[in-house]
Design a protein around this ligand. Structure first.
Ligand code: PRP
Length: 212
């Protein structure tokens, strides 16, 4: 049997993925005691996990260097790559939202609004669909800072608990869409290892149905 390679997103989704894979009978001992290793095998040698950044999960899966990936819908929407999205894991729930300082609501100027974001494609598509011509400013992190320092009029960012916005005096102006973690599969792997991957998808879907 081929050893399936699964790329996991480091960070918030990591522990959930470990809990899920253990619950469906995959040994995650190496993954839980990772040190500085980058590749982790299960006891039966049927699965090989790699831990990478979210955008790299897509790159590995798209190119077939990993068969399967666990990654947030936020990354999928922003990157627009080619793969099969097979299961909504219904965790890591948050939303893409437009947020700003409260005075943004009273904005009556005719200037092109400046929108800061780590997600220029998501933000650009959203405002384009609304017929609003805005300037998108790419920021790499702590996007909430940009309207406070006058770099932008508003931001497009992920909101989970809303605490970061609250603590920085920002409010949600509009919600764009809901986000959650997804399981994705390389297109060729899906055909070549149909039975093996099909069984795994079924187990993951059952786990989600029982635990949501
Ligand atoms: C994300 C997002 C917000 C925060 C929202 O940042 O960009 O800053 O989480 O969470 P909350 O609504 O629960 O406060 P992340 O921690 O991923 O780091 P980043 O600033 O590097 O994007």
């Amino acid at each position: 049997m081929k050893s399936l390679r699964i790329a996991l997103t480091k960070g918030r989704l990591e522990n959930y993925a470990i809990t899920m894979f253990e619950s469906i009978g995959i040994d995650c001992t190496e993954l839980k005691d990772k040190g500085r290793k980058l590749i982790f095998k299960d006891r039966g040698n049927n699965i090989e996990f790699v831990l990478v950044k979210s955008t790299d999960v897509l790159t590995y899966v798209e190119h077939g260097a990993a068969d399967i990936g666990i990654v947030g819908k936020d990354t999928l929407l922003e990157q627009g790559k080619t793969f099969y999205e097979v299961v909504d894991l219904k965790v890591g729930k948050c939303s893409f939202s437009v947020a700003a300082l409260p005075e943004y609501r009273n904005y009556e100027g005719f200037n092109r609004k400046k929108i800061a974001t780590k997600y220029p494609n998501v933000a650009g598509n959203y405002f384009r669909n609304k017929g609003e011509d805005v300037e998108i400013i790419k920021i790499e992190g702590s996007v909430e800072l940009s309207p406070i320092l006058g770099l932008s009029d508003a931001i497009v960012d992920i909101v989970e608990t809303g605490e970061t916005l609250r603590q920085n005096g920002l409010i949600i102006i509009e919600k764009i869409c809901d986000i959650s973690a997804r399981m994705i599969v390389n297109r060729a792997s899906m055909k070549i290892y149909k039975d093996q991957i099909g069984k795994l998808i079924e187990k993951v879907q059952n786990y989600v149905d029982e635990n949501q």
